[in-house]
Write a protein that binds this ligand. Structure first.
Ligand code: BG6
Length: 244
């Protein structure tokens, strides 16, 4: 990877996305979306299959029902909103989101999840330096994922999909969830860095005027992350550790 200018001395806090940045759960989400959307599309004649690119373009990083809505809109499919309480069988935005969530939570419970080793080493480095940390995730499963990976106590603040819904904060690509985490930490946006693997999340970091937006390339592509506003792109957080 190229040399970059990100220096931890420039910031007092790091605001991390979770899925795909700290834990490899982006892949679990991707597979669950793939199965749900492809089974759904199979019932709709004339629709091409849902692809990995569809995930990156319409679903990645967004809150659950916004991901459903965004993809269906791209395919010109109209479904009633229904509600988050809809059963998974319902052909509504709520039902489809919950159908995917049942698949995600089953894999998490059956297989568990381990954090990226480079991310854990980076968290160790931040703890050593006294840099404050928060998780800012669109996912309502963020706390379960962190607990399963044994990392719940590593973050001072967690703004997840549940907190965002309770507070009425708009999801990524809007910057509000990141700004809320910085505010809770008492750190101005100009002294906080955002770490993101999703285009929607990088856009949120850029829109919020944060000190740095670090793009973590787990599949979105370095150019796409840079184009969305990442000022540094790495393939793994270990690249940002000081040279021994
Ligand atoms: O459905 P959940 O667990 O609340 O998660 C919503 C979204 O959370 C994001 O972190 C993931 O990148 C998306 O893939 C996921 O769809």
């Amino acid at each position: 990877m190229t040399e970059h200018s990100f220096n931890l001395d420039d910031v007092d806090a790091v605001l991390f996305d979770l899925d795909g940045v700290i834990t490899p759960t982006a892949v679990v989400h991707m597979r669950a979306w793939d199965k749900m959307f492809n089974e759904f599309l199979a019932t709709r004649p004339g629709q091409a299959p849902y692809t990995e690119q569809d995930y990156y373009d319409y679903v990645d990083g967004k809150p659950r029902y916004e991901g459903v809505r965004s993809f269906l809109q791209a395919r010109g499919i109209e479904l009633p909103d229904g509600s988050p309480e809809d059963p998974p069988e319902a052909d509504t935005i709520g039902g489809l989101g919950n159908r995917k969530n049942a698949l995600f939570t089953k894999v998490l419970a059956d297989e568990g999840i381990e954090a990226y080793p480079g991310s854990v080493r980076y968290l160790d480095e931040l703890a050593k330096k006294g840099t404050r940390t928060a998780i800012v995730s669109s996912s309502k499963n963020a706390r379960d994922v962190l607990a399963t990976a044994g990392l719940l106590d590593r973050f001072e603040v967690i703004v997840d999909g549940i907190v965002a819904a309770e507070r009425g904060l708009p999801g990524k690509p809007e910057p509000d969830t990141f700004a809320d985490a910085a505010r809770q930490l008492g750190v101005p946006n100009s002294r906080a860095a955002v770490f993101e693997d999703a285009i929607s999340g990088v856009r949120a970091g850029r829109a919020g005027g944060f000190a740095h937006v670090v793009g973590v390339d787990r599949g979105a592509g370095p150019q796409a992350l840079a184009d969305a506003g990442a000022d540094v792109v790495v393939a793994d957080l270990a690249e940002l550790l000081p040279r021994q």
